[in-house]
Write a protein that binds this ligand. Structure first.
Ligand SMILES: NC(=O)c1ccc[n+]([C@@H]2O[C@H](COP(=O)([O-])OP(=O)(O)OC[C@H]3O[C@@H](n4cnc5c(N)ncnc54)[C@H](OP(=O)(O)O)[C@@H]3O)[C@@H](O)[C@H]2O)c1
Length: 331
């Protein structure tokens, strides 16, 4: 197949500051890998915001030039792997893509076959990227809570509820019959969250600014926490006897100052969730469960579609907590 020119968002670091610009690349610029994918869609999650802006205690991307984009869905063009053939529709999320390996903000990507999963039956490539790592992780969190024994009808809190993970988590929990408490710093998004299925809206500061106490009144049986820091500590302290908290995010900080009391007095479990290196069988099952629970996909209200040029501004916005729902990137 002849090499072709294509557009990509490229990060460079001429000084200490990262600069992001749309450039023209060719197949020969792509890193090594055994599968060449024509990318149709990517998305923007919090980690992409970190990669593009260089924010955080340590810049996420360390080698330049670099094409970010943690997630993408596309069609296999060339494959040296027996597992995939030209024409297969595939998804890549995590595995250091968009962080240590060139990612999905380009019309083409060359990656390792072991990072790919097929687009599940009943889902389009576009729908796959409306979920991305965020939707996959929301599904993994729900699965983790269920494995712990949290049952439909219980009260479940979702923090950072208007974000990408949060929006999908609220929808999944609602569809499965849970009573969903959405915690948000944006009171003006109450109508949005209720439309997704939130039964109760909690002001984020009413959790993060609670006086730090080892145990607080029991308010929910389970929680999905995107925020970390003081929020996670107070979520644990407010979880009912025998409940569980699935922790996956750090938008409010990486520290966790808690005591053992929620664990030893109330039997509360803290369940860590990671979608980046989660085994392919687990992620494949989670992708298929997303189709089962939400066969129609996410509503338009949750999705905003942008192109490569809009990515730097979107990355700044996500770092400021100003993005609602999921951002889809059309290549
Ligand atoms: N472990 C994993 O495998 C995994 C996978 C995907 C994502 N994540 C993590 O999950 C988190 C959410 O990701 P996302 O893509 O959904 O991000 P996102 O779309 O930016 O959503 C995060 C939400 O958190 C709230 N928020 C933002 N800044 C905050 C702050 N400083 N303090 C408290 N709340 C704040 C906002 O919701 P409100 O305005 O409603 O409060 C925001 O919409 C991130 O930390 C991301 O790194 C982890």
């Amino acid at each position: 197949m002849p090499s072709e020119n294509f557009k990509a968002l490229v990060l460079r670091r001429p000084a200490e500051r990262i600069e992001a610009a749309v450039e023209t690349l060719t197949d020969g610029d792509l890193p090594a890998g055994d599968v060449l994918v024509r990318v149709h869609y990517s998305d923007v999650g919090y980690k992409d915001g970190l990669a593009i802006t260089g924010a955080g205690h340590r810049q996420l991307v360390q080698s330049f030039p670099f094409v970010p984009g943690v997630d993408f869905a596309g069609v296999v063009e060339l494959s040296d792997s027996v597992r995939f053939k030209p024409g297969d529709e595939v998804i890549v999320t995590g595995w250091g893509v968009g962080e240590r390996h060139w990612g999905g903000y380009a019309k083409k990507a060359r990656v390792k076959a072991e990072w790919l999963v097929p687009v599940p039956a009943g889902m389009t490539m576009r729908q796959a990227m409306t979920y991305g790592s965020a939707g996959l992780s929301a599904m993994l969190c729900v699965n983790a809570l269920e494995r712990h024994g949290v049952v439909a009808g219980s009260d479940i809190l979702v923090t950072g509820a208007t974000g990408g993970v949060g929006s999908v988590a609220v929808m999944l929990l609602h569809r499965l019959g849970y009573r969903v408490h959405g915690s948000t710093s944006r009171a003006e998004e109450e109508i949005y969250l209720r439309a997704l299925g939130a039964d109760e809206i909690v002001a984020a500061k009413d959790i993060s600014e609670l006086p730090a106490q080892p145990l607080l009144p029991e308010r929910w049986t389970g929680a999905i926490d995107n925020v970390g820091g003081a929020t996670l500590a107070n979520v644990l302290a407010s979880t009912a006897y025998g409940g569980a908290v699935a922790a996956l995010g750090l938008v409010g900080g990486t520290d966790l100052q808690t005591t053992v009391l929620p664990f030893i007095k109330r039997g509360v479990a803290l369940l860590g969730v990671d979608s980046e290196k989660c085994p392919n069988e687990t992620r494949g099952a989670a992708w298929r469960r997303l189709v089962e629970i939400l066969p129609e996909g996410l509503p338009d209200d949750v999705i905003e579609e942008i192109g490569l040029e809009a990515l730097p501004a979107r990355a700044e916005a996500i770092m400021r907590g100003k993005v609602r729902g999921r951002t889809l990137v059309a290549l």
